[in-house]
Design a protein around this ligand. Structure first.
Ligand SMILES: [Zn+2]
Ligand SMILES: [Zn+2]
Length: 257
């Protein structure tokens, strides 16, 4: 096998920052050879976010049902939750109301500031990792999203200064049966590698972590499958045996590497 067969993280114009239709993305994923894809549009509970109020479960579900009839691949319905403790009530209410195959928990805000603006100014990244530790204890998700995402925006971040936090985060998700999201969008950004880094993947493996969830974080058809071949080679080298996808947020399935 030359590429991972799943994409557990992608957006379309059903997200405020998406620029290809869901149909166009699925078409490209199918042509690329993917077998199981899980749509994960943004859900933001923060009124200051430009995507606030944008998530339309019924419209997305309707389109997924239509696309399932058109493409002979498994199309699942997930969501990417922007985690902020102060909005947990709204988040939980939203998650109780709808049925999802997969729930990704992601940090997009640090102390009320968008991660991009925050990371570009920060010199000490401790607040970001403290938030990730908090997120890693949240049992409402199946996948922890883009762990070292800040490297998208800054060159000042030095991973080795935060290894204590990183280990705590990884231990927490292993204990809670939450998968580690591996996000290939970093290949097309400043980082030039996936989130999280090779060394974090190795630490996770050494700690006994097995549950990995692969996604492209596509927002446009040109992002589909980006970095996929390179990632699979890395995963093999680190000696991961399988990668996973989720159904009804409970059933965990896998493909062999
Ligand atoms: Zn994200
Ligand atoms: Zn995303």
């Amino acid at each position: 096998m030359l590429i991972p067969l799943t994409d557990n993280h992608f957006h379309s114009t059903f997200s405020q920052d998406g620029s290809s239709s869901l149909n166009a993305i699925i078409e490209r994923q199918y042509q690329f050879g993917l077998k199981v894809v899980t749509n994960t549009e943004h859900y933001d509970a923060d009124p200051q976010d430009s995507g606030f109020g944008f998530y339309d479960y019924a419209a997305i579900e309707k389109e997924i049902l239509r696309l399932r009839k058109l493409y002979p691949i498994t199309i699942l319905h997930g969501v990417e939750i922007t985690y902020q403790k102060k909005f947990l009530d709204q988040i939980n209410e939203f998650l109780d109301k709808y049925k999802f195959d997969l729930i990704i928990g992601s940090i997009h805000y640090i102390d009320g500031t968008l991660i991009r603006q925050w990371s570009e100014k920060a010199k000490d990244f401790t607040p970001y990792f403290k938030l990730l530790v908090e997120l890693s204890k949240w049992k409402g998700m199946n996948v922890l999203g883009h762990l070292d995402y800040i490297k998208k925006y800054t060159k000042l971040y030095k991973e080795k200064e935060y290894l204590g936090f990183i280990e705590t985060i990884l231990k927490n998700i292993i204990k809670n049966n939450i998968a580690l999201g591996i996000n290939t969008s970093g290949f097309r950004r400043m980082a030039h590698e996936q989130y999280p880094s090779d060394s974090i993947l190795k630490i996770y493996k050494d700690l006994g972590g097995e549950l990995i969830s692969i996604g492209s974080d596509s927002h446009h058809i040109s992002h589909v499958g980006y970095g996929y071949g390179e990632l699979l080679v890395k995963l093999k080298k680190i000696d991961f045996k399988k990668y996973y996808y989720f159904q009804n947020s409970t059933i965990i399935n896998s493909f062999l590497i």
